[in-house]
Design a protein around this ligand. Structure first.
Ligand SMILES: C[S@@+](CC[C@H](N)C(=O)[O-])C[C@H]1O[C@@H](n2cnc3c(N)ncnc32)[C@H](O)[C@@H]1O
Ligand code: SF4
Length: 351
């Protein structure tokens, strides 16, 4: 039974992530999945200091995203995966990596196929293509026609953003990308089709409250939580927000929402401003090499789609979801549980 705290009406989330408790429960009862989390190529033009898709064993390799990985799924395999998810009832197709989706020529065919199969696409992007004078508008307009929700990376002031993503000029591109998407109307719908992705950690902490304010004023969904415990951030480090800092920023954002926007909510993890409302866990995440996990936190593994049917993996995943899923984030909880002195009672206060 899905018991996620519906802190705010689900329509305040972005399209594709706006499943409410009732539809989650219905899907679980029918044995259907909600999300397929998929990837495009490993190639990326950025080198973010926190990137969870960089293999943990080579975490400091600045060139990791320079090339496709050997053995990446080819187009017909990526499309077959969408077919398999659609047959299992999936509603949302999240492109969450591995590198930068919009520099992969196979990205748009993936999105088009998902739409043809009746899935709502959600594309995460670093904004470099959408912010380019040469290509940005054509790509943005195609994503608009396809009904896609777009989430652009945003880490506060330009100098902070460029330092974190390790690319000079990245924030200029990001800002042009967001302005273009707003001009086209991505934030004029309800639920909105525009999100920004920020991450709560040492480098971004001071900017989170104003980031929330800007999103509330502009009908932009804020996808914002702490580190995913994978890749470069697999283990707790001093770059992560401490538990006290996490509690403080979530409480501050609750105060802002309640007093400035009339939006009371519980301020629970995982999402700043939205509480315990993760529905991505009700699905499967398949990497560009075909390995399947419960979500990007990679706490559960189900083998490779080249060896095993998606339906078989989903049948294995479904029973524990039915009995224990509550809209929270087990991987992030385990990340903080591993930190010194974190008792379950303390974790329960925020998760
Ligand atoms: C892996 S990226 C791929 C898409 C695109 N390159 C981008 O960065 O937007 C997908 C999303 O995960 C976020 N992300 C990457 N590493 C993360 C981490 N360690 N913790 C939390 N979010 C992370 C990114 O900011 C982005 O919004
Ligand atoms: S832009 Fe995305 S894929 Fe590229 S390094 Fe940053 S988080 Fe990783």
């Amino acid at each position: 039974m899905y018991t996620g705290l519906e802190d705010l009406d689900a329509s305040t989330r972005m399209r594709g992530w706006n499943h409410d408790s009732a539809s989650c429960n219905d899907a679980l009862a029918r044995g259907e999945m909600l999300h397929l989390l998929a990837e495009t190529t490993n190639r990326c033009d950025f080198d973010c200091e926190y990137c969870y898709t960089v293999e943990a064993t080579v975490a400091q390799d600045a060139g990791f995203h320079g090339q496709p990985l050997p053995g990446e799924l080819v187009l017909h395999e990526r499309l077959a995966l969408i077919d398999a998810a659609a047959a299992l009832g999936a509603k949302t197709y999240d492109i969450v990596g591995a590198g930068e989706p919009l520099i992969d020529p196979l990205c748009m065919p993936q999105v088009e196929h998902a739409v043809a199969c009746g899935l709502q696409p959600v594309v995460f992007t670093n904004g470099s293509v959408l912010g380019s004078a040469r290509r940005g508008r054509a790509v943005a307009e195609r994503l608009w026609e396809l009904g896609t929700t777009v989430v652009v990376k945003h880490h506060g002031p330009a100098e902070v953003h460029d330092r974190i993503v390790r690319r000079a000029g990245a924030a200029d591109r990001r800002d042009r990308a967001i302005a273009l998407l707003m001009e086209i109307g991505f934030n004029s719908t309800r639920p909105t089709r525009l999100g920004i992705d920020n991450i709560v950690y040492q480098a971004t902490l001071p900017w989170i409250p104003d980031c929330l304010r800007w999103c509330r004023r502009n009908n932009v969904y804020l996808a914002c939580s702490s580190f995913i415990p994978s890749g470069r951030t697999r283990k707790a480090t001093e770059t992560a927000a401490s538990w006290e800092e996490l509690e403080a920023v979530f409480a501050e954002c609750r105060r802002i929402d309640e007093t400035e926007f009339g939006l009371p909510h519980s301020a629970r993890m995982p999402f700043v401003g939205f509480g315990r409302a993760c529905t991505q866990y009700l699905g499967l995440y398949v990497t560009i090499l075909g390995t399947a996990h419960g979500c990007v936190g990679k706490m559960e593994s189900y083998g490779n789609v080249r060896d095993r049917a998606l339906a078989e993996m989903w049948a294995e995943r479904l029973p524990p979801l039915r009995s224990s899923f509550n809209g929270g984030c087990l991987p992030r909880r385990s990340f903080y549980a591993a930190a010194d002195g974190m008792s379950n009672a303390r974790l329960d206060k925020l998760f």
